[in-house]
Design a protein around this ligand. Structure first.
Ligand SMILES: [Zn+2]
Length: 323
């Protein structure tokens, strides 16, 4: 009997840990037995750790893992596969070879976005609420290859930067290769304009440098390993982290400095119908800059009632939209 085992890999570089757990009913997901620590390193980057884990997973999927199933009372073969990658936005952006939410094309799943000027004008702002063209691992691989090519050209640093700002794609796994190629190219040129004939000679050297840097590997082998994972699309299988995007994103940055009347209103608001919500008004107002997800979740639900009559109608409407 063959049993597929879906895996959700969670990675976080602030804690330096990678762990995984299988897709299970909610009451099972947080059980200790279903959460497995995989690896941690103060030296290796997240992508280097991912590469090792990916190789283990690929080998296990190829050969299967034979074990005894006590429920069916027979031998079974387990086939593990990646269902999705969990993590915060910066980590998921790195896993998708995307440059993060601060760049022009901020979405790791699609090409929504544009320049700062475009995003701030009325028509451009509207487009941010519509999905762009879906990104694909093959398109990302092609873009990364282009950046490596540009790094070998004159003015490589600017050209690579333009590629990143025009596409939002950036691959940390080969960042060192790109930086080394740019530095070496600059050294060959010596900061001066060279004749076309000499330029051709200079052009050959970076290609050799790239080969030396890659050694026995191909460029694709040195890239983000998740771009090549079978049956897994890193752009679509990295679901949005609601905690970091909504509560610690929109709600956190809309939340302002509370005043004394606000504290009194918050203290007296009824929490009936909100389940287990706890709203310590004095704490929230004193430490307004150090609140965590559960505080913002509760605030988003009660803010329209708390600030009604205290502030402008527009602010109440904004909190209604957020809540
Ligand atoms: Zn998108």
């Amino acid at each position: 009997m063959i049993i597929p085992v879906p895996i959700i890999r969670f990675m976080d570089d602030s804690l330096g840990n990678i762990s995984k757990h299988a897709l299970l009913p909610q009451e099972q997901v947080e059980k200790r037995s279903n959460i497995h620590f995989i690896t941690s390193s103060p030296h290796a980057t997240p992508m280097e750790l991912t590469k090792g884990v990916q190789e283990c997973l690929d080998a296990a999927a190829k050969d299967g893992v034979r074990t005894w199933d006590c429920k069916y009372n027979k031998e079974v073969v387990l086939i593990p596969f990646d269902l999705s990658k969990a993590g915060n936005n910066p980590m998921q952006a790195e896993e998708s070879s995307q440059a993060g939410v601060a760049c022009n094309f901020f979405c790791r799943t699609c090409t929504a976005g544009g320049t700062k000027v475009f995003k701030e004008n009325v028509d451009g702002y509207k487009t941010l609420f519509k999905p762009g063209t879906l990104r694909t691992p093959s398109g990302t691989i092609a873009q990364i290859k282009k950046q490596v090519e540009e790094a070998q050209n004159s003015g490589g640093k600017g050209k690579v930067k333009t590629c990143v700002s025009e596409t939002g794609m950036s691959n940390k796994a080969i960042q060192l290769i790109i930086e080394t190629l740019i530095t070496k190219r600059r050294q060959y040129q010596g900061g001066r304009q060279v004749p076309a004939a000499q330029e051709a000679v200079i052009q050959e050297q970076p290609a050799q440098d790239l080969q030396d840097l890659l050694g026995d590997h191909t460029l694709e082998e040195c890239m983000n390993p998740l771009l090549h994972a079978a049956g897994f699309d890193v752009h679509q299988d990295t679901p949005t982290g609601i905690l970091h995007t909504i509560l610690l994103g929109v709600v956190k940055y809309f939340w302002g400095k509370p005043c004394t009347i606000f504290e009194a209103q918050l203290e007296s608001v009824s929490l009936r119908g909100l389940g287990e919500v706890v709203l310590p008004a004095a704490y929230i107002c004193k430490y307004q800059g150090s609140l965590i997800g559960k505080h913002f979740k509760a605030l988003a639900q009660v803010m329209p009632v708390v600030i009604h009559g205290l502030f402008l109608e527009e602010l109440v409407k904004a909190w209604l939209a957020i809540g």
